[in-house]
Design a protein. Structure first.
Length: 365
């Protein structure tokens, strides 16, 4: 029996006393992170939010097996949120812009009602071509066919879950949407966990249910924090715990309406996401300290561009060849730029020589 076949569906319950320590710890981490962010400047908070939202969009898609180009996602978010001081932006595809539109709408407009019309818009934005991979799907409306969650090779599939029939969806979603905007006297963190589980259990669309469920959970967390700014990524944490995530969903979707185990996992996952956001904050602070050191220096545009790339997490080793390609200059100019930064104490030559010579940032620890 699936949970939606239970006589008590959808009257979810959980052991509040058992979960109180997890709620307390997660709420503490929320307050600690938001307090830390309040001590940063406006541009630094923008940088931290850009990091977190980029992770959220990319990892939510990655959970579903879709890899998005990081530069396009970052650029789309920066444009959407009006971050005009963010440089090195690139054009982005309709697919990228669509999921960015959905995620930012959920969090920047967290205090607006979640309606059927809004959900349909999100779904259409997720699939602007009306296709999921090579398959045509119904977009902007509830599914009309049965849906099962399966895994494994064709012929040896393992069934994990079967969602409510299509004929139930209108009524199921009416109950969900009414509850989400008026959940009553429930701790906001419990609301986020229940909303995520309930929506993905209904599975109202042909595809995109997981990504929309995570957007709804983010919307509930923004409501809990009374802030549209996101400084941590639940999807990044869920991606790192993907096997446990699916295990907990399946376990609770095949039980009664007591979702204590799901809420316990969700709250602990949230706490870990908040704690891991410190890495993002540290990167932003490190970048700010670096530029404070060189605020009075007269650097050219090429040098500023490459230094920012290094501070944001440059892939691989920096060489004169890569510098020349990044800045569209000659090898000689690249070498002069690099030597100038070494003299200023911004770069250092790494071990090795000749053609393999590479350079690294000198960071103020």
């Amino acid at each position: 029996m699936y949970i939606w076949e239970n006589d008590h569906w959808p009257n979810f319950t959980w052991d509040t006393e058992k979960l109180l320590p997890q709620v307390t710890r997660a709420a503490h981490e929320q307050g600690r992170l938001l307090g830390k962010m309040d001590g940063l400047g406006f541009d630094q908070r923008d940088e931290a939010q850009l990091h977190a939202l980029t992770d959220e969009v990319m990892k939510s898609s990655e959970i579903e097996g879709e890899d998005l180009p990081q530069k396009e996602v970052r650029s789309s978010i920066a444009r959407k949120l009006g971050m005009k001081h963010i440089d090195d932006l690139v054009p982005s595809s309709r697919d990228v812009d669509g999921i960015v539109e959905m995620m930012t709408d959920a969090t920047t407009k967290f205090d607006e009602p979640l309606t059927e019309h809004r959900l349909f818009n999100w779904h259409t934005q997720l699939f602007p071509s009306g296709r999921s991979g090579m398959t045509d799907i119904a977009t902007g409306r509830y599914r009309e066919n049965p849906i099962q969650v399966v895994s494994g090779p064709i012929g040896r599939e393992r069934g994990h879950y079967e969602a409510p029939p299509a004929s139930h969806l209108k009524q199921e979603m009416k109950k969900f949407l009414a509850w989400f905007d008026a959940p009553g006297k429930i701790d906001p963190l419990f609301v986020a966990g229940q909303a995520h589980f309930w929506f993905v259990t209904i599975h109202p669309f042909d595809d995109g249910n997981g990504r929309i469920a995570r957007a709804i959970a983010d919307m509930a967390l923004a409501r809990a924090e009374k802030s549209p700014r996101r400084y941590y990524s639940m999807s990044k944490q869920i991606r790192s715990e993907r096997n446990e995530y699916y295990k907990m969903l399946e376990l609770n979707q095949k039980s009664d309406c007591d979702i204590t185990e799901w809420q316990d996992w969700f709250l602990n996952c949230l706490r870990r996401a908040l704690q891991n956001a410190d890495t993002t904050v540290d990167i932003v602070l490190q970048k700010a300290r670096f530029w404070q050191r060189f605020a009075a220096e007269s650097l050219n545009d090429r040098q500023i561009k490459v230094l920012n790339k290094l501070l944001d997490g440059f892939e691989g080793k920096l060489t004169t060849t890569k510098w020349a390609k990044l800045t569209k200059c000659s090898q000689d100019t690249a070498l002069r730029d690099i030597k100038d930064l070494i003299e200023r104490g911004a770069l250092m030559q790494e071990q090795g020589g000749g053609r393999s010579t590479s350079y690294a940032l000198v960071l103020d620890e």
